[in-house]
Design a protein around this ligand. Sequence first.
Ligand SMILES: [Zn+2]
Ligand SMILES: [Zn+2]
Length: 193
Amino acid sequence: MQFNTYGGNGARLAASLANSTEHTPAALTEVLRREGIEHPEVGTAQAEDLARWCLRIAPVFGEKDTLHQVDLVNGLLEDGAACVRISVHDGYHPHLHYLRDEDDLVARVRATTAGGLAVAVCGAGGDLLGRCKGAGCATVFIDTSRNGRRRFCSVGCANRVNAALHRARGARARRPGHATAPPSAVEEGRPPR
Ligand SMILES: [Zn+2]
Ligand SMILES: [Zn+2]
């Protein structure tokens, strides 16, 4: 069996599952295939199990309370990771596995996401597991930006928020007695100075 269970891939898979809105076997199979999971064909019962797992993964992202976030991930480890082993199978660099030989797809997904999130929290800090601040957007992401201050899932969401701020500022400026609002720190999209 080959599947990469080092933190990066596991955390990325967790983000993709948290962002999955459709939990049909076909939709989940597509997510797992895209993320490089071997033998990703999801059956009906597995889809229900994975849907429940997605609901447990999602709140880990964007959780600002570190102790709560750690509790959530520890719960995932408790139910998903049977062991921790360094594996060097199939010529891969040494990487962590969280199961012994296990063929069940749901067990593999649980183990790799729980382990990946744990490595992300301990290795890079829980802030890395972000959630979009765009209005009405709950998309989660792994923040790989240099300053670690990413707030939006996409340029689209950042631009919508900046456009709304711009309009609000314009409205305030046009009203008599109101000076133009100071520039906001929210304007991402721009490169850091
Ligand atoms: Zn492996
Ligand atoms: Zn967004």
